[in-house]
Design a protein around this ligand. Structure first.
Ligand SMILES: [Zn+2]
Length: 520
């Protein structure tokens, strides 16, 4: 009989801790590492010769939206690109949104909310209510990747009070705390927020403090898509660090990036220059300095970690983010059911009011009136910088990948009317990419490369793959790009460090035990 199931021989072991690699044999028995030694003289059912190859822990993608797909019977096919790039564990439920919890009284609103990120109706497939019953469904069904889950703040809010543009009362909060405790007891790693998104953006710091106290008591993680990633980024960072100081909760700052706010007078000229530079950069590499704001924030995070504040952050190796186009609408215009929102978009006078709100609205926090919200993206970015990622209907598929400005031109309309018409035609299911120039621009990416290099920042995909539309390139090349560009080509990171940032660091940040390090 063989001693082990598998022996990997002569491997260059990058153990995930960031220490220098070493050559060793690794023996595996019953799915676990049974021995690591310079030479293992034993028999095995399978012997793999890994001479001149690297062996490292599977990558842990702690900012994923694969939870929206994982319940599908064909998710093996849809999520395969993650596995092919080395991801073995993902954490879903990010940005305040996910498949659970769902309260029966507000089931329709919860389904509508989630469906806006999906291509098909989940009416019949979402049969669970609690986080526990969702996780049990996955267990029974079997899944292609290890999966961790964060209880989404947006779903807690919808379960308590539906899609309402209002503050929580004591009763709502009690309901949210109960569902949060139930989710954490069922095995969730923590909770997530989407404070830039409706309805999560309605939460004031008191609401977040009450929930963070629950998370802290469970020694879980509070993962936060913060209020803003633009001109109020600093206030958003301060709010979340103070939350950790006041409640001792472990904080993970989600997908750290910065969209600079350009004054409208020079906006057009700046964008033209950027586009020209991006085009030249395709042929002759140009260098762009690091973003000062991001550098300051990274140093603020580091100082706080050194003082013992439990903080972490993650980032994507790209210049392009994605989200739902409704995320850019004034919060008051999103109050109520999908039908109420759609009716508002259909009504010309309401549509005008929404557009005025966008034009006049200020990105400030705390919110001062109904026309202020944390990140007014249409105003900050403009219609040229927001590109259509996916729609559901066949007739609009030809516009995928184009900017709203270009789509509007092709349809002979004003860009905002095109956005509203698409939302009506697509029943609210319109996803977009955000990039000041073009999707996946590596010139602009240099601006945020400091986050990829920073030792406190783990690497994530932040992807959603639904089996249609134009998914983010990171769904296919997040980790391959990290190694080929940042390690091999540009030498911004050592291979050991890039692996640490994709394995043991994210495991430690999210409290994932027994993952991320090659050890016996
Ligand atoms: Zn997010």
């Amino acid at each position: 009989m063989n001693t082990f199931d598998v022996i990997i021989q002569n491997a260059n072991v990058y153990d995930g801790t960031g220490t220098p690699s070493y050559v060793a044999d690794i023996a595996i028995q019953d799915g676990r590492i049974a021995a690591i030694s310079k030479k293992i003289n034993a028999s095995a059912e399978k012997i793999i010769d890994a001479s001149n190859k690297a062996v490292c822990p599977g990558f842990i993608d702690v900012h994923s939206h694969a939870d929206l797909t994982i319940h599908l019977s064909d998710h093996h096919k849809i999520l395969e690109p993650l596995l092919r790039q080395g991801v073995t564990t993902f954490v879903g439920g990010n940005c305040g949104m996910g498949p659970a919890p769902i309260d029966d009284y507000h089931r329709q609103e919860a389904i509508t909310y989630v469906e806006s990120m999906m291509g098909e109706s989940v009416q019949s497939s979402f049969h669970w209510s609690s986080v526990g019953s969702f996780l049990e469904t996955l267990d029974k069904q079997g899944i292609i990747l290890n999966c961790g889950f964060l209880v989404p703040h947006g779903m807690l809010r919808i379960a308590a009070k539906g899609l309402e543009y209002s503050q929580t009362c004591a009763n709502d909060l009690k309901h949210m705390e109960k569902n949060l405790i139930s989710g954490l007891d069922a095995g969730a790693l923590g909770m997530s927020t989407g404070l830039m998104y409706f309805p999560g953006l309605n939460a004031d710091t008191e609401e977040l403090t009450a929930l963070a106290k629950v998370v802290s008591k469970h020694q879980a993680v509070f993962s936060s898509h913060i209020r803003s990633y633009s001109n109020t980024l600093q206030q958003a960072i301060d709010e979340i660090i103070n939350l950790s100081k006041s409640t001792d909760v472990r904080i993970q700052i989600s997908h750290l990036f910065h969209v600079p706010h350009i004054h409208p007078i020079i906006d057009g000229a700046v964008r033209t220059v950027l586009r020209m530079a991006s085009t030249i950069n395709k042929y002759i590499p140009l260098s762009m300095p690091d973003d000062r704001n991001l550098m300051n924030i990274l140093s603020q995070i580091d100082k706080n970690i050194k003082k013992g504040i439990p903080l972490g952050a993650d980032a994507m190796p790209t210049s392009t983010g994605f989200t739902h186009v409704l995320a850019f609408f004034p919060p008051w215009s999103l109050n109520g059911t999908r039908e109420e929102v759609t009716n508002r978009l259909k009504d010309p006078s309401e549509r005008k009011k929404i557009y005025q709100s966008i034009q006049q609205g200020q990105s400030v926090w705390p919110h001062q009136d109904k026309d202020t919200w944390s990140m007014n993206c249409f105003k900050t970015m403009g219609f040229r910088s927001i590109h259509l990622m996916s729609v559901v209907s066949k007739k609009n598929k030809c516009f995928e990948g184009m900017s709203w400005h270009a789509i509007a031109k092709a349809r002979g309309q004003e860009p905002f009317d095109t956005v509203c018409d698409f939302l009506i035609e697509e029943n609210g299911r319109v996803l977009v990419f955000i990039s000041p120039t073009f999707v996946g621009d590596e010139f602009i990416e240099q601006f945020s490369a400091c986050t990829i290099r920073d030792p406190n920042v783990s690497i994530v995909t932040d992807t959603i793959l639904l089996g249609f539309g134009k998914p983010s390139h990171l769904f296919y090349d997040c980790y391959p790009k990290l190694f080929s560009k940042y390690v091999n080509k540009e030498k911004q990171l050592s291979l050991e460090e890039a692996i640490r940032k994709s394995t043991s660091l994210p495991a430690q940040q999210l409290g994932i035990k027994n993952r991320g390090i090659i050890q016996k």
